[in-house]
Ligand binder design. Structure first.
Ligand SMILES: Cc1cc2nc3c(=O)[nH]c(=O)nc-3n(C[C@H](O)[C@H](O)[C@H](O)COP(=O)(O)O)c2cc1C
Length: 386
């Protein structure tokens, strides 16, 4: 029993942990790469060195997952921790590194960003400094590739840090170099050792430049408070649902002596399990009979049910929602299970996607010994409405 209480406490702490910002007086800069053959990784190490040289600044080196899980990466790259899309919001700045693939960024990095819609709609990366570096073969299309990466960062409202002419005074001009005014690259396909010392120097300068901007912005007032209201778009929930092909189910009917929701002082209280078409989706115990992917699917379905009930509570108009106040996820798990927060992200991401800024919520996740009708998940939700 004591052990279960401990697991429960850890799960709650983990649940809160996911939404918590990395709170530190230190400036935390993520160096996030995809690298198959290690060229981008070598550049990343110099970027990280430059970041660390800046006072009171820490570089954290991670990679995005490969689209093809069987793909062979170099041993050093394979060992890097894999970043989740949600954690991008937790850093003070991010340096993105990718190989040049067909004058563009790698499909793996692109695929990682395709999961960033909740961050985009909630404007979680807005005002955060970012920079781009790359590893190329011959260098064909390297500048176009950096600029196409910039398109993504601009869409997120990030502050892009270019390299300009920094480091060019020390450039060895007797051999081709990967310098660009947008970001450092390496010409891995050229003769000689690559990245060249000049390319590494430039990457280091770039890291330092990013750290300087990240550090400066961190020490100004909270960037969230300087958002201009003129860009504040009122989220149309129905447009978000349509644009993302989300079809709300019918609100499940109560199966006991209770009501699907209550409203008290403009707050709506809702509890749902993973019912789909009258049956529980992926029932059972996570960590034993239910896989993480199945649990995530059940969590997504449960949150859809919550939103369907919420729609009824709003008299059919979800645009009356003012804020998702709190979500609590209960997961039917084995005592050893610890990934509750990752499962609950399915519900949190859906909420952020549908409600935008109003979808930001406090959250707890809890492991349970069992749940009603063998559902793998139950969600308690509190929303504020007009
Ligand atoms: C599918 C594919 C497309 C590529 N397209 C280009 C290109 O357009 N221009 C270029 O200079 N190099 C190109 N390359 C070469 C890579 O950019 C180069 O090998 C790079 O150093 C790989 O980085 P990595 O070692 O971090 O994986 C391509 C490589 C692959 C696999």
């Amino acid at each position: 029993m004591k052990k279960q209480l401990l697991v429960l406490l850890i799960a709650v702490l983990l649940g809160f942990g996911v939404n918590a910002q990395v709170k530190s007086t230190e400036t935390n800069v993520l160096v996030l790469i995809y690298s198959q053959n290690g060229g981008t990784y070598k550049m990343a190490k110099s970027i990280a060195e430059g970041i660390q040289e800046y006072p009171n600044t820490k570089a954290i080196l991670k990679r995005v997952p490969s689209i093809n899980s069987k793909e062979k990466l170099t041993a050093e790259v394979e060992k890097l921790p894999i970043a989740t899309i949600d954690e991008l919001a937790n850093y003070d700045g991010i340096a993105f590194g990718s190989p040049v693939h067909f004058a563009n960024i790698s499909a793996d990095m692109n695929s990682f960003f395709s999961q960033s819609i909740p961050l985009w709609t909630s404007r979680a990366l807005e005002g955060k400094p970012a920079t781009v570096f790359m590893s190329a073969g011959s260098g064909a299309g390297k500048e176009a590739a950096i600029l196409s990466f910039w398109n993504i960062l601009a869409s997120h409202g990030m502050v892009i840090v270019p390299t300009g002419i920094m480091g060019t005074a020390t450039l060895d001009k007797t051999v081709p170099q990967g310098n660009t005014p947008f970001g450092a690259t390496s010409l891995a396909g050229s003769t000689g050792t690559r990245p060249s010392q000049s390319e590494l120097n430039l990457a280091k300068e770039q890291g330092k430049a990013l750290a300087r901007v990240a550090s400066g912005l961190k020490n100004t007032e909270n960037i969230k408070t300087v958002k201009t209201t003129s860009t504040e778009i009122k989220t149309d929930v129905y447009k978000m649902l349509k644009d993302n092909n989300i079809v709300l189910p019918e609100a499940p009917k109560p199966v006991g002596n209770y009501v699907p929701y209550t409203i008290s002082d403009h707050k709506v209280f809702i509890n749902q399990v993973a019912l789909k078409d009258g049956k529980i989706l992926n029932p059972g115990k996570v960590g034993a009979t239910v896989t993480d992917d199945q649990a995530k699917e059940a969590t997504y379905q449960t949150m859809l049910n919550v939103i369907a009930v919420l729609k009824e509570a709003c008299g059919g108009d979800l645009n009356k929602v003012k804020q998702c106040v709190q979500l609590t996820g209960y997961f039917n798990t084995t005592p050893e299970y610890t990934q509750h927060a990752a499962l609950m992200n399915s519900a949190s991401n859906l909420t952020a996607l549908v409600f935008g800024e109003k979808g930001k919520h406090a959250r707890a996740t809890i492991g349970a010994v069992s749940l009603p009708i063998n559902s793998a998940v139950e969600i308690q939700a509190v929303f504020e409405i007009e």
